[in-house]
Design a protein around this ligand. Structure first.
Ligand code: C2E
Ligand code: CA
Ligand code: CA
Ligand code: CA
Length: 404
């Protein structure tokens, strides 16, 4: 810890100095003040549990006021770098609010200086362009995020979200084995908005839980319809279809998630092993222990668990064997380069061997060419998904494909 002792009466820093650290007050008492020709103007006193000097390192401008110790004081420094990293990780809206608060405070200090007649009027004092969290892009980014969050919330109520279904086929027979449900947003002005544009915002704002609940409910609703359609076409459709639904890390982290799954299964009467959730490998790696516990609880219902985008998340293979998973999905990046790149082919081979050891099936994503499908079949990959077999389609078209 970067500890600092300031004897009573001495200065910690003075107004106008560049700021490189803020200080947590462990003990003692300090005074924040502006130096004036006619005597100091005291702005505040700070004691244990409080902080001094945070302004300058938040907006990277010179110290706005001076600080001196009234008693012998012990401080712990928070450096500019420690804070910069945290601000970079912070939600844009929080960042924006922080910037506004800082600006207001600086304006107040400038106004006080001006009233005492020792500084130019606040308008001039403020005229150098702000940096740090108050910058223009923070504003734009916060505004866009707020608008989008609002639109997602309204869109859920207005029924603008819908699920599309992409076929997954058994490679050895090329018969339909199941579907992955992929979310679409039919925005009133912007048309069809792809998930990459709204899923991350929904995750950051907590709205994802509503979207996931919707996706799961839809899956439970349509799976019987698919099954019914499939029964008329057993020649090229397996007699048991599955439905795979994408689930985010925020969903898994919620204590209520396993119950949500159990309720869905009880309510719809679908066979639990016909339903799978897809969780990305990178998301699992963020908090592996917690994810493993949540997945294990979900597995108790009999639900399938697929690891999505496998091969991109750098998880250790030994760790994988401890997870209660029932399917691996090889990321599209490896399939795309399978025919041309020996390294991808070797990675795919390794994943297939691993899955074989774990006795779980593999789905290869993003198959666009017959040659890719054939090679993957030869390599022993059980299932395939991609534009070659079908793009994600709305329910009616998807059901229609089961008849053709
Ligand atoms: P993902 O789970 O990896 O889904 C596969 C993506 O690859 C889908 O994009 C799909 O349309 C696309 N794809 C499938 N086959 C091919 C192919 O042959 N070629 C090419 N170029 N692309 C193919 P989509 O629908 O845009 O979804 C993108 C991502 O958004 C998904 O990646 C998933 O991470 C997320 N997502 C989609 N729906 C949901 C949802 O309901 N909930 C959550 N949490 N995430 C979702
Ligand atoms: Ca997926
Ligand atoms: Ca995927
Ligand atoms: Ca993906």
């Amino acid at each position: 810890l970067d500890r600092r002792l300031v004897p009573a009466g001495s200065l910690l820093f003075t107004a106008g100095q560049p700021g490189d650290a803020a200080y947590l007050i462990v003990s003692g008492r300090l005074e924040v003040f502006l130096e004036r020709p006619d005597g100091d103007l005291v702005l505040a006193q700070r004691g244990p549990g409080e902080i001094v000097g945070e302004m300058a390192i938040l907006d990277k401008r010179p110290r706005s006021a001076s600080v001196r110790a009234l008693e012998d004081s012990a401080l712990v420094a928070i450096t500019e770098q420690q804070l910069a990293h945290r601000i970079a990780e912070t939600d844009p809206i929080l960042c924006m609010c922080l910037g506004v608060v800082l600006d207001r405070y600086r304006e107040t200090v400038a106004l006080l200086e001006h009233m005492k007649g020792s500084a130019p009027p606040p308008a001039e004092a403020k005229s150098h362009s702000p940096s740090g969290p108050t910058a223009n892009d923070a504003f734009t980014s916060a505004l866009n995020t707020l608008v989008l969050e609002r639109e997602i919330r309204d869109g859920v109520r207005a029924g603008q979200f819908e699920m599309h279904y992409q076929p997954i086929v058994r490679l050895s027979s090329r018969r339909l084995a199941g579907f992955e449900a992929l979310m679409r947003w039919r925005h009133p002005h912007r048309g069809m908005v792809p998930p990459v544009e709204f899923i991350p915002v929904a995750e950051a704002s907590g709205l994802i839980s509503e979207l996931t609940a919707f996706a799961l409910a839809e899956a439970g609703r349509v799976l019987p319809e698919f099954m019914l359609a499939a029964m008329r076409n057993l020649s090229w459709i397996e007699n048991q279809l599955f439905m795979s639904v994408n689930v985010s890390g925020h969903d898994l982290a919620a204590a209520s998630f396993p119950q949500l799954i159990a309720d869905l299964i009880a309510r719809t009467g679908i066979e639990p092993d016909r339903l799978k959730i897809e969780v990305t490998e990178s998301m699992l790696m963020r908090d592996p222990e917690r994810a493993a516990a949540a997945l294990a609880e979900c597995r108790l219902t009999g639900l399938g668990v697929a690891i999505d985008d496998f091969g991109t998340g750098y998880s250790s293979l030994s760790y994988l064997s401890t997870l209660p998973i029932t399917t691996l999905k090889i990321d599209r990046a490896f399939v795309r380069t399978l025919l041309t790149d020996r390294t991808s082919r070797r990675i795919v081979q390794t994943i297939l061997r691993l899955a074989d050891d774990l006795e779980i099936p593999v789905v290869a994503e993003g198959i666009e060419q017959v040659e890719e499908a054939d090679l993957l079949t030869e390599m022993g990959c059980a299932l395939g998904q991609g534009y070659l077999f079908g793009k994600p389609m709305p329910l009616d078209s998807s059901i229609a494909t089961t008849r053709s």
